[in-house]
Design a protein around this ligand. Sequence first.
Ligand code: NAI
Length: 343
Amino acid sequence: MNITELKTPGYELVVKAQDEASGLHAIIAVHNTNLGPAVGGTRLYLYASEEEALTDALRLSKGMTYKSALAGLSFGGGKAVIICDPANKGPQLLIAYAKFVDSLKGKYICAEDMNTTSADMEVIRTITPFVAGLERDGGDPSPFTALGVYSCIEATAKKLGIPMTGLRVAVQGIGAVGRRLIEHLVEAGCTVYVADRNGHKVNEVIEALGVKGVHPDEVLFTECDILAPCAMGAVLNDTTISKLKCKAVVGAANNQLAEPRHARRLQDLDILYAPDYLVNAGGITNVAIERQMGGYNMKDAVMAARGIGQRLLDLYAYAEEHNLTTAEAADRMAEQRFSKKGK
Ligand code: NAI
C-alpha cells in the first residue's frame, strides 16, 4: 500500500492511501486533535475525482472537530473517504482500509457513515482497535441521535414556554432518525406532522402512531411550534425562510443553513435556530461512551444523549449574553474549547 501525506494548511494531518491489490483509494483527514483522538465516520462514495473526495474529507473532518468540542467530548475531528462504488465494497477493501487506519496509530478513530455499516466496522476491528460503532458496542447511532434531537426539542419548548403536551412539531423525513424521533414526540403527547418523499413510510407511521401526514413540498411551511428537518441539508435558504410558520427549528439534518448569513435572517424573523451540529451529536456521544473506561454501557449512552438538551439551553443563553446568533455562538463556544489543548 502506498501512503502519502497531502500537506494541507489548517489540518494536522491529511493522508492518502492507494493499494492496487484491493483497489483501495482513500483519504483520511485529521483536522485537530487538541481535545483527543480525531473521531469521524468513513464515507464510501464514488466521487467524480480525488479532488472532490479531498474537499469532502476536509469539510467533514473540520465539522467533526466543532461537533465534538461543542458536545463537550474529549475527541478531535477527523473523517475518511473511500473512493469506491458502493456495489464494489467487500472484505478485501475493508481490510486494506483497516490497515490504513491502523498506520495512523490511533490519531484517527473511524466509525460508520454513508455506505458503511456497523457490520463493516466489525471487519475493520479484526485488523485495528482504532474503530468505533461496533455491533457489539453502541452499533447504529441513529436511536441516540434521535434521542438527542428529542432532548433539544424538549429544551427549546421549555425556552419558548410551551408545554410538551400539545406542542406542534413538523418532522421532515421519516428515516432512521426521524422515525424514532416521532415515537418520542408521540409518547410525550405532542401533535406531530410528518412528511417523507416515500409515501409508504408516511402511511406506516400514520397508522402505527396516529400522526398527521403533510405533503413533502409543504412540510417546511406547516404552521407549528417546532420544525424538525431530518432529511437533507440547506433547507433554510432564501426561498424557504420567509415562508416558515414555526417558532423554532430543531432537527437532525446536517448543514441546514444554506449559508451562515441565514442564521441572522432567522433571528430577525424571531425564529429560534438550534445549531444542527449540537442537536445531532447523539451519535458521537454514543461513541464516547463506547470508549470510556469500563466499556460500553447503554444507560450512560442514553444519559449522554439526553444531556444534549441542557447544552442547547446553555448555548441559547450564551448567544443572548454575547449578542450573537445561535449559529455564531455554537462556532465560538466550540472554538474556545478546541483551540486549547486538553480542555
Ligand atoms: P435516512 O436516510 O435514514 O432518512 C432520511 C429520510 O428522509 C428518508 O426516509 C428519505 O425518504 C427522506 N427524505 C429525503 N428527502 C426528503 C424530502 N425532500 N422531503 C421529505 N423527506 C425526504 O437518514 P437518517 O439517518 O434518518 O438521517 C437524517 C438526517 O440526519 C440526515 O441529514 C443525516 O445526515 C443527519 N444525521 C444523521 C445521524 C444518524 O445517526 N443517522 C447523525 C447525524 C446527522
